[in-house]
Design a protein around this ligand. Structure first.
Ligand SMILES: Nc1ncnc2c1ncn2[C@@H]1O[C@H](COP(=O)(O)OP(=O)(O)OP(=O)(O)O)[C@@H](O)[C@H]1O
Ligand SMILES: [Mg+2]
Length: 304
């Protein structure tokens, strides 16, 4: 299934424009990374893609069709949260949780049949059959995230929206979860949105990277191109900060001032007040989109 957001804007009460005129496309067998600092609108975009927020403007399309029925839709598209504990029922065993999805969405009936299918799904996320009888509090964070992913597979989803799926996990098991997502892409052709602050993990996992700033995607392209040859000054700063763990995206605020107001967005480029390359036009007019070859583009006056 191909999932698209076409020119979506989300305005919250009070005039907060958390996402403005964003287009993204998730294709089968592809992982798109959505990178950006806190408050840039990543979760809001994911929630629109998951139909938890209605776009103020624009449209969500599944296989080219505007989406209307939420019930049918959530069979295909599942959101995976940062905290897997919050999305599991703490009183239910792993076997019950995965089995229930198989009964409802795959129409499986007999106890034996459901159990066999549940074991197979657990194997796909590298958990043994022993986990069937376990409760969420008996699992590690990484194991819980695997169960959440197994449940999405049980539902039969072909699109996963993973909102910082590893950021609450121990560093030692983060890579395992990333490898699992890569595996599901490669072997089952899932379309995956991977939301992260961590540009290094996006490079490792993603086919494409889109960079968000102040509610807009300001650069996008093949992951290697965006990392090796970032063209938007914000992406360049993000990557400059990345190799040094003592510097974070938040440090940019100290050096380059506050992130933009989402209520009173200034005219021109949102990054202009923090941009080392800004010229007078940047404050006056929104930057044009520059197509830079190989599918890479950036919204920046530098390339006009
Ligand atoms: N329900 C809401 N009502 C009003 N404002 C909201 C709501 N949800 C989010 N916002 C605002 O929208 C902006 C974008 O928030 P969002 O959660 O999408 O950012 P994010 O990129 O996911 O940040 P983080 O990296 O911290 O998770 C923020 O300024 C936030 O305060
Ligand atoms: Mg978020």
């Amino acid at each position: 299934m191909t999932l698209e957001a076409i020119a979506v804007t989300k305005e919250f009460p009070g005039g907060v424009r958390a996402v403005e005129n964003v287009t993204v496309r998730l294709r089968p067998g592809q992982i798109v990374g959505l990178v950006g600092e806190s408050g840039s609108g990543k979760t809001t975009l994911a929630r629109m893609l998951a139909l938890f927020h209605a776009p103020t403007r624009g449209e969500i399309r599944l296989n080219g069709e505007p989406v209307r029925k939420a019930r049918e839709y959530h069979r295909h598209v599942q959101l995976i949260f940062q905290d897997p504990f919050s999305s599991l029922n703490s009183l239910r065993t792993v076997g019950y949780t995965v089995g229930r999805a198989l009964r409802i969405h795959r129409g499986l009936r007999g106890r034996k049949e459901v159990e066999a299918a549940a074991i197979e799904l657990l194997q796909q996320v590298n958990l043994s059959a022993d986990f069937l009888t376990k409760l969420p509090h008996e699992l590690s964070g990484g194991q819980r995230q695997r169960v959440v992913i197994a449940r999405a597979l049980a539902v039969g989803s072909s699109v996963l929206l993973a909102d910082e799926p590893i950021s609450m996990l121990d560093v030692s098991i983060r890579l395992d979860i990333l490898n699992l997502l890569a595996d599901l892409r490669d072997r089952q052709g899932l379309a995956i949105l991977y939301i992260t602050h961590d540009i290094a993990s996006a490079r490792y996992l993603c086919d494409e990277i889109s960079v968000m700033y102040g509610g807009q995607i300001i650069e996008s392209g093949p992951a290697d191109e965006v990392i090796r040859n970032p063209r938007h000054p914000y992406t360049q700063l993000l990557i400059d900060c990345a190799p040094d763990p003592s510097r974070t995206i938040q440090d940019l605020e100290v050096e380059y001032g506050e992130p933009p107001s989402l209520t009173n967005a200034p005219p021109g480029c949102r990054f202009q007040p923090r941009c080392p390359h800004a010229t007078s036009i940047c404050a006056q007019q929104a930057p044009p989109r520059a197509h830079l070859g190989n599918g890479q583009w950036a919204d920046c006056w530098l390339y006009a």
